[in-house]
Every structure is written in structure tokens, then in C-alpha cells.
Design a protein around this ligand. Structure first.
Ligand code: FAD
Ligand code: NAD
Length: 468
């Protein structure tokens, strides 16, 4: 039995915790998969490294309206894939070697699957076939989440072949066709990538719109554009999947009755679930909520003293910037238990890297209405700013919501070019408590940049009543 001052389970954002302030602590790091976690290896980073070439491949579609007649000749999938993973795999290997090597003498890396056996006791099934029993004064649960596979005949029993985001980016060649199950972030981003690369995409969503968690107008616009680019089956349920000689066949039930969809590959993108239960955290006395997430308070403390949690294992914001923020909080609180700091989840932004891009922060208009929150709103179209004229933009916009009394922003929702970047001044305004009026008037806005979208939206909001 080896004992440590600190045991960290998971090397996504958890790996950012060890630093000079803990040089005199003995630390165990337990990692079952890729070193560096989901974002680096199978999440944000490789997906966006595919999204950029996808944008280039798809550029001709936008060029037509501007007098550019171009065509895509070929896509070197293997070349793109190998460029991406040569870089990523080297970072993964380097990160593991660093933590395992002489530069981190106080750290022991356990490569294997950890499961709690008692309050602060972990059993690890090591990849080399051995086992290890480790205990610690403190634990950090940073073990993330995993892709959920729905209880559909063929999938749940693994009788039909399918991919999740863990495997789809490493396939050997581009398929002629792909069926994508799900209407959320991962489905949207991969539908964009594969469609841009010339693959016939059929996306199947059980809801009446794609990206339903977005503002209603954003989700409606995205659904309209996605449906024009590739086949989107809405209000549709998959009741079975079977393997065929050239791929899979899905039995789908939708508004047009029951029929089949054939595709070379199937990607299942139906949400991600906390790894809390897979880590048997309840044996440590750590509570899970009814979604299976580890319960953590604002200081990232679980229900057991000395056990902290961060990122996807405990939050409903399954986002890397949230996991990183929470890791900084845990790091501080481990080092300074006498002066705890709390996580700030007031204004968590997110973006979907599709075409059009989507970004959001704060509440949606539907939420404001449902929760009876007073608001004023302004929708600013890209087509009404100079950078939108340059693109002959159609249908894209920024919607801002503000408190009618104070002029403080309540939410912002963008669909259109560079949405993830365009939204940042609004995230900043919300985070620093700046009013829409001040942000619009008290700085220069570069002309004719896309950020004029933000300036004009803010100028379009009514003056706050408290100042009238
Ligand atoms: C396809 C995809 C695209 C994404 N794109 C974005 C994006 O663009 N922007 C964004 O903000 N977020 C994105 N995300 C979400 C983001 O990747 C996660 O929110 C983030 O990586 C969570 O970090 P984490 O540290 O909590 O967990 P992880 O990074 O998942 O790390 C957890 C680690 O724990 C290990 N582990 C799990 N169980 C055990 C165990 N029992 N024993 C030992 N080790 C264990 C795992 O192997 C893993 O390495 C994406 C996710 C996916 C899947
Ligand atoms: N750009 C980004 O920031 C980014 C990109 C990818 C993933 N992520 C994170 O990863 C998380 C997981 O992504 P995701 O797309 O898997 O989840 P999601 O929650 O975004 O979407 C899940 C989709 O699957 C559908 N679904 C759920 N169960 C189903 C079932 N049984 N049958 C059919 N459909 C079903 C849901 O209706 C929904 O449309 C996201 O919530 C997000 O936080 C972020």
C-alpha cells in the first residue's frame, strides 16, 4: 500500500494542479487513458484541427455569392489526420514522460483504471497487468465523462459497428456516407466536418430542432442552414441498427413513418456522462447527484473532507474552460485550505465550431420569459454592418439581452462568422459588470471589423430606465 499527500485521478485539467507550491508533497497521478485527457486527445483540440481544414474545403460554397468560382478537387484525409495526431500524440507522450520523469521527482504516475475501495483508498488495475493499492490524505477527482450509448438494439448490445467521438477522428479513410445520431454539439461539429469533406451526411435528431439548448432563434436558423447542407431527420427516433455488407442500416421512425437509413459509418453523439460511478466514488462516501455527477460545492469540495472534484465529473458545463477554471480553484484551495476561493460560474460562455459558428453566454430569451426576468433585447444582423456586406451575409445575427433598469447584460447569442471571437467583448462586459451603454460608447471599435456587430447591437438597446 503506497500512501501520498495527494492523489489526482485524471490528467485532463487535473494534470495542471501539480506545481512548485506542491514540490514537497508526494503526489500520485492515476490515468487510465490518454495523458492530457479528452480535450487534448479526443475532444476540443483535434476536432477544431479538423474544423479548420473543413472550412477551407468548404470555402467555395461561400465564394459563389462573391464572384469566386472554385471547386474542391480532393481531401487528403490521411494527411490531415496524421498531421493532427502526430502533433497531439507527441504532446501526449511528452506530458506523460514529464510527469513520470526526473523533473517531477515527487510525482508517481499510475497508468491504469482507478476505483475507490474505501474513503481515501483506491485500487488501480494497471495497464501492465499488475494492480496497485494507494491511499492519500487528499484526492482530486478529475476523471471527466464518457460518451453515452443509447439503449438501441444493435448499439447497446454492440452487434452493429459504430463510432463515438473517441474513435471517429482516427478512421483510415473518409467514408462515402455517414449517419450521425444526436442533435447536440458533437453531432453538429462532425456533420460540418464530414459534409465539408464531401461525405454524404445524414443527421438524426429526436428533437424538432438542432442545438436545442441554444437561443430559439439561433437554433432555428442553424437547423435551417444545416438542413440545406445535408440530410437532417428531425423528430426521429432510431429503433434498431444492423450491420450490412457495406456499413450499417438504421431503422428510423419519424414524421414520415418508419424507414431505413443506410450509411458506411455511424457516429453516435448522444451526450456524455460523468465518470463518477465508474470510479466507484460512492465507496469513498462521495455523493453523486441524480445525473450521476459528483456533488461539489462552490469551493469544489465533495461531500468528503479532503476530496475535491473538478470538470466533467462534477459540472453540467462540459467545457474545457470550465474544467480549467475549476482546476485553478482546486489548486488554490489545496494549497490554502484556510482561505478558500470559489468557482465563478455566473457567465460561462460556449461556442459551437460549425458553419455558421455559434456562441453564447448568459440566459436565453426563452429562459428570461419563462423565469419572468425583465429584459430588453436587440437583434443586430451581420447583413447590416460593413463586414457583413463584404461577406454578402444572410440570416446571421447577434442577439443581446439586458436588464432594462441597469443596462447590465443578461445574455448574448451569436450565429454567424467568427461568432466565438465576436462574442468575447460581451463576456468581458458581463464578467466585469460593465453596462451595455458604457461598453458601446466608451471605447473605439475598429472599422470595419466584425466587432461592429457588437457595437451596433449595444447601441440598439434602449437607455436603462434607472438613468432616465
Ligand atoms: C469531441 C469533443 C469536442 C469537444 N470540444 C470542446 C470545445 O471545443 N470546447 C470546450 O470547451 N470543450 C469541448 N469539449 C469538452 C471538453 O473536452 C471537456 O469538458 C474537458 O476535456 C473536461 O476536462 P476534465 O479534466 O474534466 O476531464 P478529461 O479531460 O476527460 O480528463 C479525465 C481523464 O480521466 C481519465 N479517467 C477516467 N476515469 C478514470 C479512472 N477510473 N481511473 C483513471 N483515470 C481515469 C480519463 O482517461 C481522462 O484522461 C469537447 C468534448 C468532446 C468529446
Ligand atoms: N464546441 C464545444 O464547446 C463542444 C464541442 C463538442 C462537445 N462539447 C461538450 O461535450 C458535451 C457532449 O456533447 P454531445 O453532443 O454528445 O452532447 P449534447 O448534450 O450536446 O447533445 C446530445 C444530443 O443527443 C441527443 N440524445 C440524447 N440521448 C439520445 C437518445 N437516447 N437517442 C437519440 N438522441 C439522443 C440529445 O437530444 C441531444 O441532441 C456537450 O454538451 C458539450 O458540453 C463541447
Amino acid at each position: 500500500m503506497a500512501h501520498f499527500d495527494l492523489v489526482i485521478i485524471g490528467t485532463g485539467s487535473g494534470n495542471s494542479i501539480p506545481g512548485p507550491e506542491f514540490d514537497d508533497w508526494s503526489i500520485a497521478i492515476v490515468e487510465d487513458g490518454y495523458f492530457g485527457g479528452t480535450c487534448l486527445n479526443v475532444g476540443c483540440i483535434p476536432t477544431k484541427m479538423f474544423v479548420h481544414p473543413a472550412e477551407l474545403a468548404d470555402a467555395a460554397r461561400h465564394g459563389k455569392a462573391l464572384g469566386i468560382d472554385a471547386q474542391l478537387n480532393s481531401v487528403d484525409w490521411k494527411g490531415i489526420r496524421d498531421r493532427i495526431f502526430t502533433r497531439i500524440d507527441a504532446i501526449e507522450a511528452g506530458g506523460r514522460a514529464y510527469r513520470d520523469g526526473d523533473e517531477c521527482p515527487n510525482i508517481t504516475v499510475f497508468s491504469g483504471h482507478g476505483q475507490f475501495t474505501g474513503t481515501k483508498a483506491l485500487h488501480v488495475d494497471l495497464h501492465n497487468g499488475d494492480t496497485a493499492e494507494i491511499t492519500g490524505d487528499r484526492f482530486v477527482l478529475a476523471a471527466g465523462s464518457h460518451a453515452v450509448v443509447p439503449e438501441i438494439p444493435g448499439l447497446a448490445d454492440a452487434n452493429a459497428p459504430f463510432h463515438t467521438s473517441d474513435t471517429i477522428m482516427r478512421i483510415e479513410s473518409l467514408p462515402a456516407s455517414i449517419a450521425i445520431l444526436g442533435g447536440g454539439y458533437i453531432a453538429a461539429e462532425f456533420a460540418h466536418v464530414f459534409s465539408s469533406f464531401g461525405v454524404k451526411v445524414t443527421q438524426i435528431a429526436r428533437g424538432s430542432r438542432l442545438l436545442k439548448s441554444q437561443d430559439d432563434d439561433v437554433s432555428a436558423q442553424f437547423t435551417k442552414e444545416a438542413s440545406a447542407r445535408y440530410d437532417v431527420l428531425l423528430d426521429t427516433k432510431v429503433s434498431g441498427v444492423t450491420e450490412t455488407s457495406d456499413g450499417v442500416e438504421l431503422v428510423v421512425e419519424g414524421p414520415n413513418g418508419t424507414h431505413t437509413v443506410a450509411a458506411e459509418l455511424l457516429l453516435v453523439a448522444t451526450g456524455r456522462l460523468s465518470n463518477g460511478a465508474r470510479l466507484s466514488v460512492e465507496k469513498a462516501g462521495v455523493e453523486l447527484d441524480h445525473h450521476g455527477r459528483v456533488v461539489a460545492d462552490k469551493f469544489q469540495r465533495t461531500t468528503v473532507d479532503g476530496i475535491y472534484a473538478l470538470g466533467d465529473i462534477s459540472t453540467h458545463h462540459q467545457l474545457k474552460h470550465v474544467a480549467n477554471h475549476e482546476a485553478r480553484v482546486v489548486k488554490h484551495n489545496l494549497a490554502h485550505p484556510e482561505s478558500l476561493i470559489s468557482s465563478d460560474h455566473r457567465f460561462v460562455p460556449a461556442a459551437v465550431f460549425t458553419d455558421p459558428q455559434i456562441a453564447s453566454v448568459g440566459i436565453t430569451e426563452a429562459h428570461a420569459i419563462k423565469a419572468n426576468i425583465p429584459y430588453v433585447a436587440k437583434t443586430q444582423n451581420y447583413s447590416d454592418i460593413a463586414a457583413g456586406w463584404a461577406r454578402e451575409d444572410q440570416g446571421h445575427f447577434l442577439k443581446v439581452l439586458a436588464d432594462p433598469a441597469t443596462g447590465l447584460l443578461l445574455g448574448a447569442h451569436v450565429i454567424g462568422p467568427e461568432a466565438a471571437t465576436v462574442i468575447q467583448p460581451l463576456i468581458q462586459a458581463m464578467s466585469f459588470g460593465q453596462s451595455a451603454h458604457d461598453v458601446a460608447h466608451n471605447q473605439y471599435w475598429i472599422h470595419p471589423a466584425l466587432t461592429e456587430l457588437v457595437e451596433n447591437a449595444l447601441l440598439g438597446l434602449p437607455e436603462p430606465s434607472a438613468q432616465q
